[in-house]
Unconditional design. Structure first.
Length: 351
């Protein structure tokens, strides 16, 4: 297979994983298999069709979620506000209409919270842009174009920056969170930036390069990006609490890679399950959680020992895991709610 064909195949795979839903049902309440690192029972709630990602606001004690359904023109999309304890939907905000003839809206997918400026940032993948919303009112404040097939966004509150991955043109872009102006753009021809993370202490941003099995490191004072090898088809990235280690969810390999950022090398590779799609860290325990879409689980990993501590059953098409406020929030595109909604699970995390 040629390099171009290989990249196109991966691009197709990620596009499908962005938008795909499912009609498979979740049987009963999701539970932790062992009950050791997590609570024995997870609370679950139907949220919306096309549930994609979540992000927690400490300032407002709110969980935000994105949902979008179907292929363009996408007419059903919402920014959802939830109670993080009960998972009750408190409000749903519809993105603005972009085409009155078709009813298409500026559909939201990736999400990050900026508590410093009380906003929510979204990736508007189908519209090649990034959006900014008010946490107070849910009003769309700005749309920032030029982010082709925008996949993820992450906020560096300390340095007033929001970093977004432009999957289709190999760019990682930084926007000023106060003025919404573009501050920096790093483009690597032939790359496919996907997952995003940032070390707020140093201002260093990290993006997974899905097409080339590596991490793109962008440091404030570096002359250019540093490229760090990782696992096969890294789709998501998270950092350790001290910022010295990165973890990538390697979709094709079904693994999580543990990367020493100082050495620029993978130190451990831990199998988690087919379709590893999203990764998050628990700052209290140092454990790593990986959402595995195909095996319908979240795997809990001890990265120091390189061992699997637990496996949490989630139901069909596990899409995203986010750790906040002592819990893991897991978005599942099962379509098994009473009206075909996708489910959100909340797993309490142990100490």
């Amino acid at each position: 297979m040629t390099a171009l064909a290989h990249r196109m195949r991966r691009t197709t795979a990620i596009a499908v994983s962005l938008a795909a839903g499912s009609s498979l049902a979740l049987a009963g309440t999701a539970t932790a298999h062992s009950g050791n690192p997590c609570g024995s029972v997870a609370s679950s709630a139907p949220v919306a069709k096309g549930l994609y990602q979540t992000a927690y606001s400490e300032r407002n004690h709110v969980l935000w979620a994105t949902s979008s359904v179907g292929e363009p023109p996408v007419t059903h999309s919402s920014l959802v506000k939830l109670d993080p304890h009960t998972l009750k939907v408190e409000a749903m905000y519809r993105p603005p209409v972009t085409n009155p003839e078709t009813g298409a809206v500026e559909a939201v997918y990736g999400i990050a919270v900026d508590d410093e400026h009380n906003t929510v940032w979204t990736t508007n993948t189908r519209d090649n842009s990034v959006g900014v919303y008010s946490q107070r009112t849910g009003k769309r404040l700005a749309t920032l174009p030029g982010v082709k097939h925008a996949r993820e966004v992450v906020v560096d509150e300390k340095h007033n920056l929001a970093w977004a991955s432009s999957f289709a043109d190999g760019s990682v872009i930084a926007f000023d969170t106060r003025t919404y102006t573009e501050k920096k753009r790093v483009t690597l021809v032939g790359s496919s930036p996907a997952g995003m993370a940032v070390d707020e202490r140093t201002g260093t941003a990290y993006a997974t390069d899905f097409a080339n099995d590596r991490i793109i490191e962008i440091a404030p004072r570096a002359k250019g990006p540093r490229l760090i090898p990782t696992g096969d088809s890294p789709l998501s990235i998270a950092l350790s609490e001290d910022g010295r280690t990165a973890y990538s969810a390697d979709q094709a390999a079904g693994t999580v890679s543990v990367i020493n950022l100082r050495k620029g090398a993978v130190t451990r590779t831990v199998p988690t399950g087919a379709g590893a799609k999203s990764v998050a860290t628990d700052p209290r325990s140092g454990r790593v959680l990986v959402a595995n879409r195909t095996t319908a689980t979240v795997t809990v990993v001890d990265p120091r020992k390189g061992t699997v501590v637990d496996s949490l059953a989630t139901g069909a098409n596990t899409n995203h895991v986010h750790v906040a406020h002592g819990a893991a929030f897991v978005a599942v595109k099962s379509g098994s709610g009473p009206e075909g909604q996708d489910l959100l699970h909340r797993f309490p995390l142990g100490h």
